[in-house]
Structures are given as structure tokens and as C-alpha cells.
Design a protein around this ligand. Structure first.
Ligand code: MEV
Length: 437
């Protein structure tokens, strides 16, 4: 069967599904009914989701869970998390509970600058380009007036523009590097619109004032925001006296604190460990980023670049003891928005935002950084005490039981039995055979 097709996007949804089912599946009717079983009965809601992207066939569910009892700067939050990995929500909840009775989490926004660049080539005298830029800088900024008026009223807009000579990287390569503030919007559209206007103006001015550039030729390559935002930073932290830092019976606070510090130090020095350490942090970050309708790919790209800012990949979090008090903190870039994008379009995003008390963007940055720190704390706490598998296996057991279509009764007795037995697919299979209730 020919798997190529022309004009797929012009077909109706039903025609697309028919073609896909007939072309790619052994049992087309079954393939179609699986897609249909995920449609929402509310056709208005379904249409909304259909229109988020092109060629929508159905919905792909992810669980939305909540982690309660997060004390952040004195206020209590229940945090929504969208994630498929078992044990992430449980770990967040455990960390929230642990720190709630030890002063809670503190968080502060360090800065909110976002970045955009116009990349261009100039094959002339760079000192002439610099003076041309200084002379015309204001006019370049004014080219964005149509978009920035509103943003300025909301406290945002262009904060700075510089000309960077990058010709040591690529011959004739220069860039305009801009800083923006975008108030409560993530601001991608605003930034990109500003950059494109500036790029047009730059070309126009270069054409008009070519004598100033001594006929040097200027050619714009592209204009786009950067997802590397090392000046859009938030810090989350926890602290408690070592005497109260007891993870479970049999541990002293001192021993636990030392183990935690060693674990963080390994992630600071060793990239293989740092990547997994930061992945644990992103378990918490991404889950809330998705739940609040933000762009998790942008966040991931920016965070990992930030983790390598000094030339090698390292831990985003830090832990230390000062005056017999254990401290743990996380600093990371989070370019988020609470208006625009999906925030008004997706009913569950709105629901999650209301659950969080409709935070402004700075507050959301703090909440999300705390979710990352909580996740990191919970992962390290398991790793340096019982090991990660105890908690994971509990959730894993449920997944295996569901895969094997265990009844509610079988699940109940399996949970009891596997409290004292090792979980594996084989062991669960054998258990279910013996207990076929
Ligand atoms: C698993 O999703 C995340 C962890 O591997 C994080 C870590 O090792 O710190 C548990």
C-alpha cells in the first residue's frame, strides 16, 4: 500500500482518519474506534482541542494530579502536575509535607529579562557599522512603537539594544542583541514582532544611509527570540537546623545532611550524574509548566543551557551547612507567561491557574521553581537513604497490575503481599495466577 499522500491537510478529520486507518493498520476498524474512544462527547470542547494544532485526530491523555501542602513564602498551595511518570506527584507531596513543618519553601525572582536577536551579515568596516548603529539606535527602537505601546503600559517593553560583532565566529556576522520585559506574557509573539520590525528598519536605514556605511552591504539572516534567558532567574530554597533534619528513623540530621551535600557535590563535579540530577528537577518543573499551559520545550532548552553556562554541564541545585543549619537551593531560568498562549484557551489550564490562586508570572516562577527543588530534594532523600526503587516499585506495581488487568480485589491483596516481596513482572504474574479472584 502506498504510504505517500498529497493534500492530507485539506481532508476532513473523518477522511484523514479513514486514510490513516486503511493505510497503516492491520485492523482499520479497531484503529478508528481507539481514536474515537478518546474524543470528548462535548463537541465544542473537542473542536477547541482540534484547533490547537493541524491534522488533529484525537486527544492524547496525560494524568493531571495535585501535590498539596506546599508552603511557599508563608502561603499554602496545592500544585497541579501533568506527568506520566509514576511517583513524581507522590515525591512532591512528601517533600511538601517534610518542609511544611520546617518553615516551608522560600522563593524570589532575581530578574525577568528576556532576549531576542537580529542576526545579520555586514561586509564593510565594522567601526562604521558601530557609529551607524549608535546614530540610528533610537529609530530602530521606535520602529516597534505599534507593538510596544501596550506592553510599556503593562510595565514591559525593550530594555536594551546592543550591536555585537560576532565576525570571529563566522565571517561578517553581526547581531543586534535585545533585552525585553514582557510583564505577565511569555512574550514570544511580542518579541518576534519587535525583532522583525527592527530588522526591516535596519535594512531600510542601511539602504537610505549607505554612504555612512561606505557602501558596505548589510544582509539580514533572521530575527528570533532566544530561549536562553540567563537573566530571567528565580531562586527557591529551604533550610532547617540539622537537629531537625531527620529523614526517617535510624538517621541523625548530621549524617543525612552530609549525605545530601555529597550527592549534590557529585552532581556539581560529574556530568553523567548532573544530567540525571537535573532531570529529577525537571520532573517537577515540566509537570507544572505543562499544567499551566507554558512551553516546556523552551523551558527545557533554556534550563540545560544555563546548567552549562560555565563551560561544563553541572547541577542546578546547591546544598550546604552554615551555622548548624542545612540549606538547599535551586536557581534556574524560567521564561513563563500567565496571559496569552494557551492560558485562556485550555479549560484545564484555567482550572489549574485558579487552583493556584491565579498567580501573576513572578508568583508562578516561584511556585514552579519550588516544585523543581521539592522534586530534587525528594529524589536525593530516597537515593541516599532507602534507594530509589522502594518508592518507584510501589507505583510500578500498580502499572504492572493494570497491564495484567488485575481486578480491584487482586490489587488490594497484591499491595499487601508486595510490601515484603520484590516487585517484578514475573513475580506479579505468578502472584496473580495463584490469586485469580
Ligand atoms: C527519575 O525520574 C529521576 C531521578 O533519577 C532523579 C535523580 O536521580 O536525582 C530519581
Amino acid at each position: 500500500m502506498d504510504k505517500r499522500i498529497e493534500g492530507f491537510s485539506k481532508l476532513t478529520k473523518a477522511e484523514k482518519i479513514n486514510w490513516i486507518a486503511q493505510t497503516h493498520f492491520k485492523n482499520p476498524d479497531k484503529a478508528k474506534s481507539i481514536l474515537a474512544s478518546y474524543w470528548n462527547v462535548n463537541s465544542e470542547l473537542q473542536n477547541k482541542h482540534d484547533e490547537f494544532i493541524e491534522n488533529t485526530l484525537t486527544n492524547f491523555y496525560m494524568p493531571l494530579g495535585v501535590a498539596p501542602n506546599f508552603k511557599i513564602n508563608g502561603a499554602i498551595y496545592t500544585i497541579p502536575m501533568v506527568i506520566e511518570e509514576s511517583s513524581v506527584v507522590a515525591a512532591a507531596s512528601n517533600a511538601a509535607k517534610f518542609w511544611q513543618s520546617r518553615g516551608g519553601f522560600k522563593a524570589e525572582v532575581l530578574d525577568t529579562l528576556k532576549v531576542g536577536q537580529v542576526h545579520f551579515l555586514f561586509n564593510g568596516d565594522s567601526s562604521l557599522l558601530h557609529s551607524f548603529f549608535e546614530k540610528n539606535k533610537q529609530e530602530l527602537i521606535e520602529a516597534t512603537n505599534a507593538f510596544s505601546k501596550n506592553m510599556k503600559r503593562r510595565g514591559g517593553g525593550i530594555q536594551s539594544i546592543t550591536l555585537n560583532d560576532k565576525s570571529s565566529l563566522i565571517p561578517n556576522y553581526f547581531q543586534l542583541h535585545l533585552h525585553f520585559k514582557t510583564a505577565d506574557a511569555m512574550g514570544a509573539n511580542f518579541i518576534n514582532s519587535c525583532l522583525e520590525s527592527i530588522a526591516s528598519k535596519l535594512k531600510e536605514l542601511a539602504r537610505q544611509k549607505h554612504k555612512d556605511l561606505n557602501e558596505g552591504k548589510l544582509e539580514v539572516v533572521m530575527s528570533i527570540l532566544s530561549n536562553y534567558v540567563p537573566e530571567c532567574l528565580v531562586r527557591a530554597s529551604v533550610q532547617c537546623p540539622i537537629t531537625e533534619f531527620i529523614p526517617e528513623k535510624g538517621w541523625t540530621g548530621e549524617a543525612f545532611a552530609q549525605k545530601m551535600i555529597q550527592a549534590v557535590e557529585i552532581a556539581h563535579k560529574e556530568p553523567y550524574r548532573a544530567v540525571t540530577h537535573n532531570k529529577g528537577i525537571m520532573n517537577g518543573i515540566d509537570a507544572v509548566v505543562v499544567a499551566t499551559g507554558n512551553d516546556f520545550r523552551a523551558i527545557e532548552a533554556g534550563v540545560h543551557a544555563y546548567a552549562s553556562k560555565n563551560g561544563s554541564y553541572t547541577s542546578l541545585s546547591n546544598a550546604f551547612i552554615k551555622n548548624d543549619v542545612f540549606h538547599m537551593e535551586l536557581v534556574l531560568p524560567l521564561a513563563l507567561g500567565t496571559v496569552g498562549g494557551l492560558t485562556k484557551l485550555h479549560p484545564l489550564v484555567q482550572w489549574n491557574m485558579e487552583l493556584l490562586g491565579n498567580p501573576d508570572t513572578k508568583t508562578l516562577m516561584k511556585i514552579i521553581a519550588v516544585a523543581g527543588l521539592a522534586q530534587n530534594f525528594a529524589a536525593l532523600k530516597s537515593l541516599v537513604t532507602s534507594g530509589i526503587q522502594r518508592g518507584h516499585m510501589k507505583m510500578h506495581l500498580l502499572n504492572i497490575l493494570n497491564q495484567m488487568e488485575a481486578s480491584q480485589n487482586q490489587k488490594k491483596i497484591a499491595f499487601e503481599y508486595f510490601k515484603n516481596h520484590t516487585v517484578s513482572v514475573k513475580a506479579v504474574g505468578a502472584f496473580l495466577k495463584k490469586n485469580s479472584l
